[in-house]
Write a protein of this length. Structure first.
Length: 529
């Protein structure tokens, strides 16, 4: 079968540092080629080189990229603009930043068609609606005039797919297209890509770090690390017998543990939530009158014992994070009780809440936006210690405590003086954990702390959380949509749907013998190795 894309001995460098080291691979017509590896391995750089969208600071030191045997590096930028979107299209990793927030989604897709196909406005509008229907976007005609902020993460990703497919390209580059999506939405997006790929005989370069997705999607797999390709193999050969030690470790980290934590139900609760309700008003009309309510959390009850972990799972919009912010008393419109260590937090004033601020901490989902880019790591961690008056307020003593914390979470002394942009995603998440630990909490709310991490880094962070729990007797509320990780981290699990708990119990009971149809659907949607 003829190659649609050939990458030959491609090397990229910035100043004197080599970022890609003479990489070579081929993608055949109608093939799904998966490029896997950790963050920073060079996967996205490879895709940007194919699209000729590299930053000015980077230069191609050697090699070439051929599309249908024609060199992409030998054509002008004017000709390359005709290739982008028409012959090669790209689905970017983060649809929220990839879509223009001040343009309707219909116009953004229409713009691509207008640039390449020269159709009339009526034909363009009809094609956009047809594309929206093809990618399963409901009420396609109505959604044409919607803006990105009116769509969910899964819907935005569908818009990105329709934009990429608008001009019927020969090669589609999908850069981590399902990283931030729930398992059910991820399953829909993957099934959609597979269906379109077969219907159009499309070639796909699928960039990911999720080995379950690779097993489901790929025909051929290439493993990258530190800018080098370590192994290329057909899917069956790769999963049966990976040859490189790094590939073997990737698969080992990706395999979900079959062992459950040996847990028993404990009666004494550190945190007890009873009949919690959080309703947000829906306002319409010129006078913004309340016409109804969104029931984000609708009468749920939960217990978290001391030293134990409760996993809260469900799709985006099910109310998981709203429960977390309610526990932190960052939402005023709550009903019900949130009793922490015998005290109902909902009845306390802001001043009375201060002592509890240090007892309950949070690790945020996105380690990139959760850290102040203008502050050093030392200042970020110190901030909570100062504002909540934790420990001795002597700066030198605090410095030593912070440096010890950095070592405890697997970082180094000298990281104290650096800024967030100097760290990888996994390292930033460790900084977030150190910040939470600095105020000596009893309960930590972990809001999707591993969703943006590679499998190997994810395994390290989960191991760190478990060891800290054993050492300090911490309790965790672990909010996640990744069911593969709750076996080893959680004692109990509660499954949420549309603001309600649909199933709850010991992790082993729920995962091995789930009773609710929604729980069964979540378990069936998770990609398996």
């Amino acid at each position: 079968m003829k190659n649609i894309l050939t990458v030959k001995n491609l090397s990229l460098k910035v100043q004197n540092q080599e970022l890609l080291k003479s990489i070579s691979f081929e993608i055949k017509r109608g093939e799904i080629f998966a490029l896997v590896g950790e963050s920073g391995s060079g996967k996205s750089l490879t895709s940007l080189a194919i699209m000729r969208l590299l930053p000015d600071a980077l230069s191609v030191s050697s090699g070439d990229i051929l599309l249908n045997d024609d060199s992409l590096f030998s054509i002008s930028e004017f000709d390359m603009q005709k290739v982008r979107g028409r012959q090669i299209a790209m689905i970017f990793q983060e649809p929220m930043t990839a879509l223009n927030p001040v343009m309707t989604i219909g116009e953004q897709v229409a713009e691509v068609i207008r640039l390449h196909l020269g159709l009339s406005e009526g034909e363009i509008n009809a094609k956009v609606v047809e594309l929206f229907e093809e990618v399963g976007l409901k009420d396609a005609k109505e959604r044409y005039a919607w803006y990105p902020h009116q769509l969910s993460g899964g819907q935005k990703q569908r818009v990105m797919i329709s934009m990429a497919l608008a001009c019927e390209p020969e090669l589609l580059i999908a850069d981590e297209p399902t990283t931030a999506l729930d398992v059910t939405i991820q399953a829909q997006v993957l099934a959609l890509l597979k269906e379109i790929q077969k219907k159009r005989s499309l070639s796909i370069l699928f960039i990911t770090h999720d080995m379950g997705v690779v097993a489901q999607m790929a025909d051929t797999i290439a493993v990258m690390r530190y800018g080098e390709i370590l192994e290329i193999a057909k899917k069956e050969d790769f999963f049966r017998n990976p040859t490189h030690p790094y590939s073997q470790s990737l698969l080992k980290d990706a395999l979900p543990s079959k062992e459950f934590r040996h847990s028993e139900k404990v009666q004494d609760a550190l945190l007890e939530i009873k009949d919690l309700k959080v309703y947000f008003p829906i306002k319409k009309g010129f006078f913004k009158r309340t016409v109804g309510h969104t029931k984000a959390v609708d009468g749920i009850s939960l217990n978290i014992p001391k030293g134990k972990t409760l996993a809260l799972v469900g799709e985006s919009g099910s109310g998981k994070s709203t429960i977390g912010t309610s526990i932190l008393q960052l939402i005023e419109s709550t009903e019900g009780s949130i009793v922490f260590d015998g005290v109902d937090l909902t009845k306390l004033s802001q001043k009375e809440l201060l002592p509890y601020r240090k007892k309950v901490q949070i690790i945020f989902q996105d380690p990139y936006s959760a850290l102040n880019p203008r502050m050093t790591i030392g200042e970020i961690i110190r901030e909570g210690m100062v504002s909540l008056k934790v420990g001795l307020q002597d700066k030198r003593v605090q410095d030593m405590v912070i440096k010890d914390l950095l070592v405890k979470v697997g970082l180094e002394f000298e990281h104290f003086y650096r800024y967030p942009h100097e760290f990888s995603g996994g390292q930033r998440q460790r900084i977030g954990i150190a910040r939470a630990l600095a105020v000596e909490p009893e309960l930590i709310i972990c809001d999707e702390p591993t969703s943006a991490l590679d499998v190997s880094v994810r395994a390290q962070v989960l191991e760190l959380l478990k060891s800290l729990q054993e050492e300090k007797g911490l309790s965790y509320l672990f909010i996640t949509h990744d069911l593969s990780i709750i076996r080893t981290i959680a004692d109990e699990v509660a499954v949420m749907k549309e603001g309600k708990i649909v199933e709850q119990g010991l992790v082993e009971e729920v995962m091995e013998n789930s009773q609710d149809e929604y729980t069964k659907k979540l378990l069936a949607s998770a990609p398996l190795l």
